[in-house]
Ligand binder design. Sequence first.
Ligand SMILES: NC(=O)c1ccc[n+]([C@@H]2O[C@H](COP(=O)([O-])OP(=O)(O)OC[C@H]3O[C@@H](n4cnc5c(N)ncnc54)[C@H](OP(=O)(O)O)[C@@H]3O)[C@@H](O)[C@H]2O)c1
Length: 289
Amino acid sequence: VIVSSQNMASSVFPKVTLSNGLQIPILGLGTSHRGGYSHEAILHALKKCGVRHIDTAKRYGCEEQLGTAMRKSGVPRSDLWLTNKLWHGDYGYKAAKQSCLDSCSRMGVDYFDLYLMHWPEGQQNGLSNREVRAETWRALQELYDQGVCRAIGVSNFLVPHLEQLKEDCSVLPHVNQVEYHVYQQPRQLVEYCREEGIVFQGYCPLAKGQALGDPTVLKLAEKYGRTPAQICIRWSIQNGVVTIPKSTKKERIEENCQVMCFQMDEEDMAALGKLHDGRHVSWDPTHVK
Ligand SMILES: NC(=O)c1ccc[n+]([C@@H]2O[C@H](COP(=O)([O-])OP(=O)(O)OC[C@H]3O[C@@H](n4cnc5c(N)ncnc54)[C@H](OP(=O)(O)O)[C@@H]3O)[C@@H](O)[C@H]2O)c1
């Protein structure tokens, strides 16, 4: 369900309501490792573009810098939605709890708005992936109960992983963050998440740039007088999917944020819907038992 926002800080982007009542801005800014972080770009996003949702992970190695940028921006912590992720090297009950607290202290924050298990596979001697996932989730549930994480979720989980977690644990994930762009449209998974009350969040909305030269995307960019990136991001949003494009360039962040002032026709949404070819530009969890 997409609702409009009330206060100024979040007036730019609509929000999607989680099963626990929290509201996540439908558009966030991604960060990543290997050149995926820019201090100036974060400041620009927060101060000039109205971005109030940032996605990071321990894996991306920019927690400290990002924490500093958030404070420098002057935007109150309570106006920001901050997602962080637990790397699978830190799975297991004890390690997971410690890793979350360490991430909080590296970022200089008391809580995360959303904390995700980054990947469905956990390498631990003698335990199956399913057992490791359940043990790790137990830690996340406790972090949630303690208020260290205001919402908890998973990433790259497919239906069988979610079904097992449902059998093994008492709290369902609030969010599942999965690769989602015009070439990767996991419709069954989206449907399953919606039926279970799990918010589906998409990453790599531009297919890491691959979708930007697609003839259909280019044609629609011309039709609507928008850029290819805006067409891709708008397509996610119009499908009700929370999306987190990444850029380290100020002008591209501005461009990527200007997606709330136009609407694509149904036939054009359908044309983009036909571009699915199943390719992954990030990692593919299909083989993970
Ligand atoms: N949970 C997971 O396992 C997982 C996996 C992958 C990604 N993610 C999250 O999703 C976020 C986005 O994914 P992503 O960065 O892999 O892919 P993406 O957002 O689809 O694409 C980012 C790429 O497109 C470029 N770009 C951005 N805006 C552009 C524009 N307007 N015009 C032209 N090029 C543009 C960026 O370069 P510049 O930076 O040079 O602008 C970057 O190379 C990540 O930052 C991360 O937060 C999560």
